[in-house]
Ligand binder design. Structure first.
Ligand code: HEC
Length: 216
């Protein structure tokens, strides 16, 4: 009886030991906190998805505000909501999303050195008539994704276009009231307005892979 009990508990013991060593390994890799550098194609795919979502969120909010209360209301609305929207997309994906520009309306969106390098590179590509692809910068624990942000519709020009032809006088006054140091006018259709910048921690891609695996 005793031996039987012992015998039947052996597999249990092995299972227990395996589980324990597996956990121990896990703990070890977690404590090092060195998520591997993700593949560029994964980063580009995720970056494009997030930027599309963020652009849709801002365009929808802008469109609704313009229909409700015209351009002055939309300016006022943008003043309070644009950053909140990019922040909420950031929280939704657990990444940092921002719009950066060489000619800011909101000073918080002024490009830093790295962002400025991408803006200049895109400007050069536009003048060469070349394709504008996302740019990536791999850092120690995160990867930064940049994509061009252009003035795609005439609607954009009613707040970012030419003082003489595109922006109504009353609207310009509202812009200047909210943004006394505004630099974001004088743009043409399709011109580069700035860039989207998304910062992903490397962990993001581990979590995304795990979620993918679970859903398969
Ligand atoms: C109703 C006026 C209005 C229209 C139309 C408009 N914008 Fe803006 N835009 C603003 C305001 C106001 C801000 C500042 C938002 C803030 O305070 O964060 C802004 C900020 C931005 C920024 C962030 C950089 C900065 O200068 O602060 C980008 C990029 C931008 N707009 C692009 C566009 C594009 C592209 C379109 C067309 C799809 C567009 N805007 C249409 C009013 C407008």
């Amino acid at each position: 009886m005793k031996t039987l009990l012992l015998k039947s508990s052996v597999p249990l013991l092995i299972a227990f030991l395996l589980l324990f060593t597996a956990c121990a390994q896990n703990d070890e890799s977690r404590s090092k906190d060195t998520s591997p550098r993700p593949d560029s194609t994964l980063v580009i795919q995720a970056g494009k998805e997030i930027v599309t979502d963020a652009f849709a969120a801002i365009s929808n909010a802008l469109g609704t505000a313009m229909t409700r209360g015209g351009i002055p209301h939309a300016i006022e609305y943008c003043n309070t909501v644009a950053i909140i929207l990019t922040d909420s997309v950031s929280n939704q994906y657990n990444v940092e999303v921002r719009r950066a520009t060489h000619k800011p309306r909101n000073p918080k969106n002024r490009a830093n050195d790295m962002e400025m390098a991408s803006i200049e590179a895109y400007m050069q590509l536009i003048s060469d008539g070349a394709e504008l692809k996302p740019r990536l910068a791999f850092q120690e624990n995160n990867v930064i994704f940049h994509a061009p942000l252009r003035l795609v519709t005439f609607t954009c020009l009613s707040c970012h276009g030419n003082k003489e032809d595109d922006i109504r006088e009353g609207d310009l006054a509202v812009i200047q009231q909210y943004y006394p140091e505004d630099e974001a006018i004088g743009f043409d259709l399709d011109e580069l307005r700035g860039i989207w910048s998304v910062t992903f921690p490397y962990e993001y891609f581990i979590a995304a892979e795990a979620a993918d695996g679970a859903s398969n």
